[in-house]
Design a protein around this ligand. Sequence first.
Ligand SMILES: Nc1nc2c(ncn2[C@@H]2O[C@H](COP(=O)(O)OP(=O)(O)OP(=O)(O)O)[C@@H](O)[C@H]2O)c(=O)[nH]1
Ligand SMILES: [Mg+2]
Length: 336
Amino acid sequence: MKFFDEAFITVQSGDGGRGCVSFRREKFIPRGGPDGGDGGKGGDVVLKSTSQRRTLYQFRFKREFKAKNGGHGQGQRKTGKNSEDLILEIPPGTLVKDAETDALLKDFTRPDESYIVARGGRGGQGNYRFKSSTHRTPRFAQPGEPGQLLKLKLELKLIADVGLIGLPNAGKSTLISVISSATPKIADYPFTTLTPNLGVVQTGWGKPFVVADIPGLIEGAHKGAGLGIRFLRHIERTHILIHLIDTSVIDPQNPLAGYNTINGELAGFSQQLADKPQIVVLNKVDLPSTDRTAKIFQEMLKDREVLLISAVTRQGVEQLISKIIERLDRFREDEQ
Ligand SMILES: Nc1nc2c(ncn2[C@@H]2O[C@H](COP(=O)(O)OP(=O)(O)OP(=O)(O)O)[C@@H](O)[C@H]2O)c(=O)[nH]1
Ligand SMILES: [Mg+2]
């Protein structure tokens, strides 16, 4: 089970620019003094936490980052250009470690923190700096200081954006396994999932988000029945809940029974969880005669939008993901 998203990257700060060796050459001034300028500073590599990022997914593709070198000094005491810093954005909650020693370099607990992880080299001094009464024509200058090369391990404790809830066997683990990289156990009996699974969902279009699949809830869970409600705290900080229902077991005589049971358990745990926005999803619509029961359910729950999916055939799954992204984007806007 993986609760951490992690990435290994290499960062390199820029080398300082070389100091210049040069002598003034002007008409009528036969012996102009040294006028080689200093090199510019190499760019720093800076890590910056931002609430715009939720995962370390970006580092799956690009893992090497190098800041630019400083400009070299030039004649007429011209200083080389200082290079811009290279800023890498990471999600809050990231631990930065030296990959070789495992030493903790920085713990980003909040958004908008910055940390210089590799300092750019200083520029070398130009030869005019070495002029003295005993040394009028220094024919040397300093090289720039080299940048630092570091291997980093980034570790992010995943905080779920979306919680998956439902009765045992609703297909929660199946759903997380088709939309994310998580590989939970799936089986045709209740309480297959014993501890939560977290998965990062990455689509081609939206920002990645994290889903938590928790063990199924049953009537009386808040009083300790089944696996109880101790896993609900894992989804207390999510923005939305996906309330997943197995359409094939809906009783047409009492279609909302299971739905109400789950909501009752959430309320038994905390008001906060009961008030959390839900997307109601009827699963397993590939099974026979589910269209009829799905319709009955929808009729009974007219004031809510109810999505129909099959986690197995993936019917409706893309629409569900779009809906989640749309809702999460709204939360992220509100957070700004
Ligand atoms: N036909 C069909 N079967 C499904 C679908 N989704 C899940 N299943 C099956 O339903 C059973 C239960 O699926 P799980 O994903 O383990 O259910 P769960 O909600 O995680 O169950 P617990 O962990 O026990 O709470 C498995 O046999 C799945 O193959 C679906 O869309 N269609
Ligand atoms: Mg499960």
